[in-house]
Design a protein around this ligand. Structure first.
Ligand SMILES: Cc1ncc(COP(=O)(O)O)c(C=O)c1O
Length: 428
């Protein structure tokens, strides 16, 4: 389909321009005044420290969705004005996401349900015989979708990650893909993605970066880092409306099997089916999640308009407070692959001597109104490694940790409440 031709009658001003890049105050999140019941029936303000699972909705995101709803209509299918407007908004969202990650002009931007959907989509498009190289530190979304993979042990330091990838890629013949997360969902630690991209390309491989935990916290520039693909989720980027994205080189995506087979992915159907070559229609069959895409783009716009300096400064202040508080409590141990000084985003996992992770999370919720995550965070091999466990069940409470994660809307009081609660707990 040619969006430009079909939808040229929508006036340019009907689709909101991306906001100019001037610093604005950090936007608010919905639910900042949410109250939750604790033991005894009291209501307390909710301390949401579970952003790495799903972040709350930014106000400008909610506003963008509300603004789009009155004209909500079909996408890529209708001749009516509302349909044209909705389609234009959907396609504008693609441009916004492209700019947000600094993609190359000819990169594909495919809307998916989430990061897991995006990695699986790419997995289905790899050239025959592709070997994937992946570290055991990955989230399952980036660890599991590959037909043929070489798994590398958690590296002892960042340079070791580059060395291990170098060695593994050198030993592989045929097409190869290196998959790596940019920021760990367990420790928050940042991975050396520029150096890994360089190594991958030296061996004729491509690199997919799982940016699910990076983009809510740091600016990502795909072109400057020379990445081939990035994937991330709207619901971790303050846009919980069910969209994610895969951005990257078109050729494998144009040649790959259509991810979903149905209307929109085909040019014509007769005795033979003629699929679109363009990756976007080819892999987005059916009615797309237009509100999810609009929400995702609104989050990108809001973060860009705020400017990363302010977002990062506030997050670093709070995560430093959180980590030094944890370090001051006897029996609380932070999990880390590369040591306390390694740069990280606002995610910290820890254990508490004498308590299972589940017990800690339940006490924090039921007595203090604090929301954290406990378990292995869909990164079983990595958490087992960090806890020196050789096996153990899935979410068995022993080989598990507690994770606190922060972002826009987190306050000093939330952090201090967590530290105070843990201090109380270890002295019971
Ligand atoms: C690093 C990382 N990658 C991928 C995912 C999967 O994201 P989703 O559940 O949105 O597919 C997560 C979710 O926690 C994650 O932290």
């Amino acid at each position: 389909m040619s969006t430009l031709t079909i939808f040229s009658s929508v006036p340019a001003q009907a689709v909101e321009a991306a906001p100019a890049v001037t610093s604005r105050p950090i936007p608010a999140v919905l639910g900042a005044d949410l109250e939750v019941p604790v033991k005894g029936g009291r209501l307390v303000g909710y301390a949401n420290l579970d952003y790495a699972a799903s972040a709350p909705c930014l106000e400008p995101v909610s506003a963008a969705v509300t603004a789009a709803l009155p004209a909500y209509s079909s996408v890529h299918r209708g001749a009516g004005y509302a349909s044209q407007l909705t389609t234009a908004r959907y396609e504008q969202a693609r441009h916004t996401v492209r700019a947000f990650v600094g993609a190359r002009p000819d990169d594909a931007v495919i809307f998916t349900r989430n990061t897991t959907d995006a990695t699986n989509l790419l997995a289905g498009c790899l050239p025959a015989g592709t070997t994937t190289v992946v570290f055991d530190t990955e989230h399952h979304a980036s660890l599991l979708p590959w037909k043929k993979s070489v798994r590398l042990a958690p590296p002892a330091f960042p340079g070791e990650a580059v060395r291990a990838a170098d060695e593994a890629l050198a030993a592989i013949d045929g097409p190869k893909l290196l998959v790596v997360t940019a920021a760990s969902n367990v420790t928050g630690e940042l991975w050396p993605i520029a150096a890994l991209a360089h190594i991958a390309h030296r061996h004729g491989a491509r690199i997919l970066v799982d940016a699910a935990q990076l983009v809510p916290h740091r600016r990502l520039n795909l072109t400057a880092l020379d990445l081939d693909y990035v994937a991330f989720s709207g619901h971790k980027l303050y846009a919980p409306f069910g969209a994610g994205v895969l951005v990257g080189r078109r050729d494998w995506l144009s040649d790959g099997e259509p991810y979903l087979k149905g209307g929109g992915a085909v040019r014509s159907v007769g005795d033979e089916t003629e699929w679109h070559d363009d990756p976007e229609p080819r892999h987005e069959a059916g009615t797309p999640n237009v509100l999810g895409a609009i929400a995702l783009a609104a989050a990108c716009d809001a973060l860009t308009a705020t400017g990363w300096t302010a977002v990062v400064r506030e997050e670093e202040r709070l995560i430093a407070r959180l980590r030094s508080g944890l370090a001051s409590i006897e029996g609380v141990r932070e999990l880390s692959l590369w040591g306390g000084d390694h740069p990280r985003v606002g995610i910290v996992s820890f254990t508490v001597d004498g308590y299972s992770a589940r017990e800690v999370a339940e006490v924090l919720s039921s007595e203090y109104g604090i929301g954290v995550r406990d378990g292995k965070f869909c990164a079983h091999p990595f958490v087992r490694h960090l806890l020196n466990e050789t096996d153990g069940g899935c979410e068995d409470g022993t080989a598990s940790a507690v994770r606190a994660s922060i972002g826009i809307g987190t306050t000093e009081e939330h952090v201090d409440r967590l530290i105070g609660a843990l201090r109380d707990l270890v002295t019971r």
